[in-house]
Design a protein around this ligand. Structure first.
Ligand code: HEC
Ligand code: HEC
Length: 732
């Protein structure tokens, strides 16, 4: 062959290779959004769809790369920049697209479904762990910092798993246990305590924007929201597999049958009672932040209610900012607006209903006593009209009548089938009056397709799609949250956004190790705690000098953390001997100071619980009113339940010191703490005070300073000081 011929052959080869190279590049970098998802109307899978272009018209002018929207977008020559986010195409990749368009833009159809370009959409892969005796987590982390002291560890474990300090006896028990299994045994013991569900259930409630009222101007009361709160605590305590926990919240009523008959007795069969308990989980969709002004049962109500449902699914279960696709295609992630409305359609045909938590027989039995209630109601009217001496007599009668009257039979607010299944449309700009094309129920096109939806069980299909093994996000997002609960930060530091606007994982292999272990261990959250807490990484000291990496992205030590609002309040009550460990029930309304009451919009709707012992329940059992966060909790960054809170802030601001020094709460706690010391260690209160608050005896200097302080100040004053010390506020 002559040189000329060779050259010509090479040229033909190059030209023939261009479409293939372009195809591979578009597959890898664009199809995640311009394949099935058709973001902005553009589908780059076939020659025809390429020629058609997107919402802006044709994006490729064959022979003219510079004039083609597609090339302008990838070369950042105009306002549109593709792919969106922080990783533009390399110059070599841009050149491939330029030469391909300039030479005619011929394109083979996309053959296979390409692997998703974005890391979070690819399935987690268990990393290869070097065969070493190291714990699998430590095998993936280069640094091996020294271990924290046993005292630090026992406090860290109690605060992490219970949100409470260990008592002196609990500290001693651990410090005196020399067995090699002392540490794993401690973890097991803490996980078995009901305090665990209260601590970790709280994080979940933050995440799903739990509150007892609806917020906005009217802030109406959700009388049964607390049942969902108690369900969550019980689920964590029972170590319910995470997939089951998710399924129950989305569709317990559609997955676990309610039609079981009474077992020849008047009582509910155990299986039905269990399924009723599961069904309380769907209360998740009945307690959102919601203005009552919406035209009830109209288009607007449905639009807002369904959008709220989809938003919480995006943040809590998927770690995606789905809410951004309500008014337009998501600008950064492969979430077209159509997908958003396909998800809302999964909630069409569902509505909120208040159901009795017993058998029909129970309901009928209690209705037998209703004349007594009617009598009490009649007396109430009379008392309202009565004056002077007569009123007192009537009041007593009224009291007696109410004591005899039946209580309301227990109910729960849950999801149930609606009377009609209204068709779903894309809402242009999210506006319920501006209906676009109709859509069928479906899932996110960027993820696995999911099974066909068996009507009318739409939410069941959603629950199964979310918990399907092919969903790469469910496990990753949840293990990241658990890691965050132990280390202060997630491996992905934007726990509710695993998309392109979020942060990349600092340790992707570690994240995938945890995700695959989680799924392999029947989605047991408690096993995950065990795995994490038995690593050296968890047992590491938080005190390295000099601090190698202030932000600790390298995980080269433990991060020191301030107690969150709930843990701080609960710990102060515990140290003072005031904490009331009663579990469950309707949210308790604690006392507010007179200034705090002034700030409440409707102070008459703040009836403090008549029993003072109730005011000292754990914070998770206090009523959460959207229009008024308890000032003591708010100043320490309690979340705003208007939206999902993935991680509590840990600010340091002056009002915190003021609240801890001057609030009625602190004064009361300090007084009780002092009274406790006087009772338990009257001769020498200082060592006991230190052991209760810090788990350790005071150093000789601390003893001397404490004694000198006490010579001039009262014991309650010293107690107040202790509650303000950073050792009390921070966990090492
Ligand atoms: C993560 C999702 C995502 C990826 C990946 C992505 N795009 Fe886009 N693309 C979008 C979105 C969203 C828009 C609409 C943006 C807007 O209107 O502001 C868009 C719009 C476009 C448009 C304009 C379509 C029209 O007519 O409105 C072109 C052309 C385009 N993308 C090309 C590409 C190319 C080429 C790639 C791969 C190199 C790519 N995109 C990768 C999300 C993506
Ligand atoms: C309530 C409706 C609505 C929601 C929800 C919404 N947007 Fe938008 N957004 C708009 C409108 C309207 C525009 C202007 C028209 C357009 O670009 O589609 C816009 C434009 C944008 C633009 C382009 C702005 C520019 O300068 O070109 C970005 C980026 C964007 N939105 C991001 C987001 C993100 C991120 C979220 C979620 C956090 C979000 N949007 C949620 C209505 C909304």
């Amino acid at each position: 062959m002559t040189t000329k011929l060779l050259l010509a052959a090479a040229l033909t080869l190059t030209i023939a290779a261009q479409p293939d190279a372009a195809r591979r590049l578009l597959d890898a970098k664009c199809l995640g959004c311009h394949g099935a998802a058709q973001m902005s109307g553009l589908d780059l899978r076939t020659p025809d769809s390429l020629r058609k272009g997107g919402n802006r018209g044709p994006s490729v002018l064959p022979g003219n790369a510079a004039g083609s929207l597609l090339f302008q977008a990838v070369s950042h020559a105009g306002p549109l920049k593709m792919p969106p986010g922080k990783q533009p195409l390399s110059p070599a990749e841009q050149r491939i697209l330029k030469e391909w368009i300039d030479s005619g833009a011929a394109l083979p159809a996309s053959a296979a479904t390409p692997a998703p370009a974005w890391w979070a959409f690819r399935p987690p892969v268990r990393p290869r762990i070097p065969a070493s005796p190291a714990h699998p987590i430590d095998a993936l982390l280069p640094a091996h910092p020294p271990e924290a002291s046993q005292l630090t560890l026992v406090r860290r474990a109690y605060f992490d798993l219970h949100g409470l300090p260990p008592t002196p006896a609990q500290v001693d028990e651990f410090l005196h246990d020399d067995s090699p299994a002392a540490w794993p045994n401690l973890i097991d013991k803490l996980l078995a305590s009901p305090r665990y569900g209260e601590r970790w259930g709280r994080y979940w409630l933050d995440l799903v924007r739990y509150a007892d009222t609806a917020g906005f101007e009217t802030d109406h009361f959700y009388i049964n929201a607390w049942r969902y709160r108690d369900y969550v605590i019980a689920a964590f305590n029972a170590d319910k597999p995470y997939t089951e926990f998710v399924q129950e919240q989305i569709a317990a009523d559609e997955i676990w049958p309610m039609s079981l008959d009474l077992e020849g007795t008047s009582k509910l069969p155990a299986a039905k009672a269990e399924n009723l308990r599961r069904r309380i989980a769907t209360g998740l969709f009945t307690l959102g932040s919601f203005p009552i002004e919406y035209t009830y049962y109209g288009d607007q109500f449905r639009a807002e209610w369904r959008a709220e449902a989809v938003d919480v699914i995006g943040s809590a279960f998927l770690g995606l900012t789905l809410a951004c696709a309500r008014c337009h295609d998501h600008k950064f992630d492969p979430l077209p607006q159509r997908d958003y409305y396909r998800l809302t359609a999964l909630f069409a045909g569902s509505t909120e209903r208040e159901i009795p938590l017993g058998s029909l027989f129970d309901v009928q039995t209690s209705s037998r006593n209703f004349p007594l209630l009617a009598h009490a109601e009649a007396l109430k009217q009379q008392v309202r009209r009565a004056r002077g001496a007569e009123r007192d007599k009537l009041l007593r009668e009224l009291g007696e009548a109410f004591l005899r009257a039946p209580s309301r039979p227990p109910t729960a607010n849950v999801l149930a089938p609606d009377d009609a299944v209204h068709p779903t449309h894309i809402l242009i700009r999210g506006d319920f009056k501006n209906k676009g094309e109709p859509v069928q129920p479906g899932f996110l096109s960027a993820l696995h397709p999911g099974a066909a939806i068996q009507e009318p069980l739409r939410r069941k299909a959603l629950a199964q799609w979310l918990t399907h093994p092919a969903n790469p996000l469910l496990a990753r997002v949840m293990v990241n949250r658990i890691w965050q609960g132990h280390f202060g930060h997630g491996i992905v530091r934007t726990p509710n956004d695993f998309g392109r606007q979020g942060e990349l994982p600092t340790h992707p292999e570690l994240l995938d190790l945890l995700a695959t272990e989680f799924a392999a261990n029947r989605w047991s959250i408690k096993s995950l705690h065990r795995l994490i807490m038995t690593s050296r990484a968890y047992r590491a000291t938080s005190q390295l000098d000099p601090t190698p990496d202030p932000d600790n992205r390298s995980l080269s030590r433990m991060s020191r953390r301030r107690l969150d609002a709930d843990a701080l309040r609960d710990s102060a009550l515990a140290v003072a001997g005031l904490l009331n460990l009663k579990m469950g029930g309707v949210g308790v309304i604690p006392k507010l100071s007179s200034e705090e009451l002034l700030a409440a919009r409707m102070p008459n709707l703040w009836p403090a619980h008549p029993d003072p012992a109730e005011h000292h329940r754990r914070s998770i059992y206090l009523q959460m009113k959207r229009s008024l966060t308890l000032p003591m909790l708010q100043v320490f960054d309690a979340p705003d339940p208007a939206a999902s809170c993935a991680r509590r802030e840990s600010s340091t601001v002056a009002p915190q010191a003021l609240a801890l020094l001057n609030s009625e709460f602190s004064q009361q706690v300090a007084a009780a703490f002092a009274a406790r010391l006087e009772k338990e260690a009257p001769a020498d209160p200082i060592p006991h005070a230190w052991r209760l608050a810090f788990g350790r005896p005071p150093s000789p200097e601390e003893r001397a300073t404490g004694a000198a302080y006490l010579a001039r100040n009262s014991l309650p004053r010293l107690c107040l000081l202790i509650l303000n010390m950073s050792e009390f506020l921070y966990v090492d």
